[in-house]
Design a protein around this ligand. Structure first.
Ligand code: SF4
Length: 374
């Protein structure tokens, strides 16, 4: 994964490292460049003036390679779902650009966007709420064929039943309603529907967080099998870091509308450089009991600041156990840190060192904060 921009390349050279080679456009399916998405806040009353803006996504650059999965993690409200909706073309961006399969799709009219809607499909979090309860399953899965004029009549029915079989549903249940299926089966209906028009990209927005753990694994394995079979790319959004690690090739961590850290999953998980990533990882349940026992939980102080008026400098500084004066004034660029692979980048003036005890630093900061507030 790369984050384009000359500043980044210059910073890498300043670090004595070779800049990351530019990704070939042949390898990249989605290129997100300096994307901002602000929502205006209107005054009440007759004039309805714009009195502020929610900075939901603020200068984000990412790439999604073909046939790979980019995991996007962060707390609720960090902007990850808004970014996904921008990529899907469901909402316009404020500035920046989004390129899909070599063509710029940001700023297109609804009509011009139509061919790309077929190529970009979504799977939603709630398998209960995302399906029309009064529509039969065959009709739900077959709807994209109708929207894109791809199949009708018996041909559509045959293709829908093939899809049902492929995702592990009984094709004979074609005429049933969603309420007659379990949660995991309903999510399979969502997967079949997304797959119907053979997209290149599927945006999975918290696709398993509403499911039991045992069912989660089945759906994740299905997504992995389909990626191998059809060469799909996924933008996989979740707040569960272990789920993201399981499915992703690369990971981006979002905080308050910005990318805090990004890179291939192993360097990010094994050597987090941003204190926020380290804190998220310290709170994630570990499958290995020895790893869980060794983990020191980093407690973050305070709440996530408002995206209407984000903090100056580093947006994480009010909660960061490593914050110093510089952090309050200077926004850290997303860049490669010394010794890291050129694809691993973090936005931090004082990156975490391997073995550094942030749990103690966090409690010291917390104690100092308590004293100050007292
Ligand atoms: Fe913490 Fe400063 Fe790094 Fe921001 S720049 S994450 S406040 S150490």
């Amino acid at each position: 994964m790369s984050v384009p921009g000359t500043e980044n390349a210059a910073a890498q050279q300043a670090n004595g490292q070779q800049p990351a080679p530019p990704d070939s456009d042949d390898d990249i399916l989605v290129r997100i460049e300096n994307v901002k998405k602000y929502f205006p806040i209107k005054s009440v009353g007759f004039t309805r003036r714009t009195v502020g803006q929610v900075h939901a996504v603020d200068d984000v650059s990412l790439t999604i390679p073909r046939g790979r999965t980019l995991g996007l993690v962060g707390e609720t409200g960090c902007g990850k779902s808004t970014l996904a909706r921008c990529v899907a073309g469901l909402i316009p961006i404020t500035s920046g650009s989004i390129t899909f399969d070599g063509q710029k799709i940001s700023g297109l009219s609804r009509r011009a966007m139509q061919p790309f809607r077929r190529e970009i499909q979504m799977i939603f979090q709630d398998p209960y709420g995302s399906l029309n309860p009064r529509q039969r399953v065959g009709s739900i899965i077959g709807e994209p064929f109708a929207i894109h004029n791809m199949a009708s009549g018996n041909d559509r029915k045959k293709r829908v039943q093939e899809l049902m079989e492929r995702v592990g549903l009984n094709p004979e249940h074609f005429n049933r309603f969603p309420a007659e299926f379990s949660g995991g089966q309903r999510q399979r209906i969502g997967v079949a529907r997304a797959l119907a028009v053979r997209p290149k990209l599927i945006i999975c927005d918290e696709p398993v967080s509403a499911l039991d753990v045992s069912i989660q694994a089945q759906v994740l394995n299905l997504l992995a099998d389909l990626q191998d079979e059809f060469g799909l790319s996924y933008l996989f959004i979740a707040h569960d870091l272990e789920v993201v690690r399981h499915v992703s090739h690369a990971v981006a961590v979002m905080y308050l509308g910005r990318i805090a850290e990004a890179g291939p999953k192993d360097p990010v998980y094994d050597h987090p450089r941003h204190p926020y990533t380290a804190a998220l990882l310290s709170a994630a349940p570990a499958a290995d009991p020895r790893t869980a026992a060794q983990r020191q939980r980093i407690i973050l102080v305070g709440d996530v600041p408002s995206p209407i008026d984000p903090p100056s400098g580093c947006r994480f500084h009010p909660r960061c156990p490593k914050a110093q004066d510089l952090c309050q004034h200077e926004d850290p660029p997303l860049e490669v840190k010394p010794g890291d692979p050129v694809t691993h980048q973090a936005a931090c003036h004082f990156p975490v060192q391997d073995g550094e005890d942030l749990a103690t630093a966090g409690s010291a900061t917390s104690a100092a904060g308590s004293r100050e507030s007292a």
